[in-house]
Design a protein around this ligand. Structure first.
Ligand code: AVJ
Length: 322
């Protein structure tokens, strides 16, 4: 087995400065916001893992069903010889793609990109062992910052799965897709996972599960701020308010102050007076229509080649080519 190469693009301790800027910016605007990228500390990642196994949380299962049914077609349609995966995490679903690539024999390189070095190393080792003919180049980096450093060469397919693009605002999606298209060569492609618009009941159930796992995941945002920036948020002084915004077609996941309170976050230079009932948005999760996915990709210069959905039409994988 060949050892995976690991490229580290993040300085040790990079989180501290970055999270302070994000928190200062987010808490000074309306609605007050904490950026969702900081939800995935060890505890948050473990909670997210539990979310993916909740019966109500259909996106995980739906995306996996699409890959199980269509990975061979995806691989063939892409013509890729290199697979780059952004936000790869444990690379669990990626194996379905890698197995299809193994059947087609066309792949030479796999490059998982993730901010979490530990998770990435473990995943890269496992993949190098299981697919010995692949060159594995793991990149420790942030997909919003380090697109210019993606491994080059071959015909690349960049997979961005899980519906994570739905956690970005429209302007952020435009910037991200534009930057991604910029670094791709003609013939390279993007495989984008997006959750689709559906009934409010099912959406709310998926983000307000009966075991309270999602609530704990969202509440953990305050714990992360306390730990990283010396904040004194009392997580129990907030209630969890998830709602469907039909105009923006997104889930909006917030915490509401149950009592008036003053919160200090010295590491971000913030002192916040919250009125009773004031809300902090922790995450949005945008749901798409196929027409909108295509429009956003095409605006970035990426032409939609094919779209796959699960049988219920809950989730979509879109292949777009530069
Ligand atoms: C990170 C996009 C997969 O928005 O559905 C799950 C994160 N937040 N439950 C989503 C999340 C609350 C999730 N993704």
């Amino acid at each position: 087995m060949s050892e995976p190469r690991v490229r580290v693009l993040l300085e040790p301790g990079w989180e501290t400065g970055s999270i302070a800027d994000d928190v200062r910016r987010g808490l000074s605007r309306y609605p007050r916001t904490l950026p969702p990228r900081w939800l995935y500390d060890d505890h948050g990642s473990a909670l997210f893992d539990r979310i993916t196994r909740l019966p109500e949380y259909y996106p995980f299962l739906a995306e996996r069903a699409i890959l199980e049914a269509h990975a061979d077609e995806i691989v063939t349609a892409s013509g890729a010889t290199a697979l780059v995966e952004l936000g790869s995490g444990t690379s669990e679903k990626t194996r379905l793609l890698l197995d299809a690539f193994t059947r087609s024999g066309q792949l030479t390189r796999f490059a998982p990109v993730d901010v979490s070095e530990g998770t990435l190393r473990t995943a890269a080792d496992q993949i190098a062992e299981r697919y010995p003919s692949l060159e594995v180049v793991a990149v420790v980096g942030d997909f919003t910052l380090h697109l210019a450093h993606l491994p080059e060469g071959g015909r690349r397919m960049v997979a961005f799965l899980g519906g994570t693009i739905g956690n970005l605002y429209l302007e952020e999606r435009r910037a991200f897709l534009g930057a991604l298209a910029d670094v791709l060569e003609p013939g390279d492609s993007v495989l984008l996972g997006t959750d689709l618009v559906k009934s409010a009941d099912r959406l709310i159930a998926a983000y307000d599960d009966s075991q309270g796992v999602t609530e704990a995941f969202i509440r953990n945002a305050l714990v992360v701020v306390n730990r990283e920036l010396g904040g004194d948020f009392d997580p129990d002084a907030f209630s969890y308010i998830p709602f469907w915004d039909p105009h923006m077609e997104r889930m909006d996941l917030r915490l509401r102050a149950e009592v008036p309170q003053r919160v200090s976050v010295p590491g971000a230079d913030v002192v916040l007076d919250l009125a009773m009932g004031e809300e902090i948005r922790i995450e949005i999760s945008t749901k798409f229509r196929i027409s909108r996915i295509a429009a956003e990709l095409e605006a970035a210069g990426l032409g939609v080649a094919r779209v796959w959905t699960d049988e219920a039409g809950d989730f979509a994988l879109t292949l777009a080519v530069k």
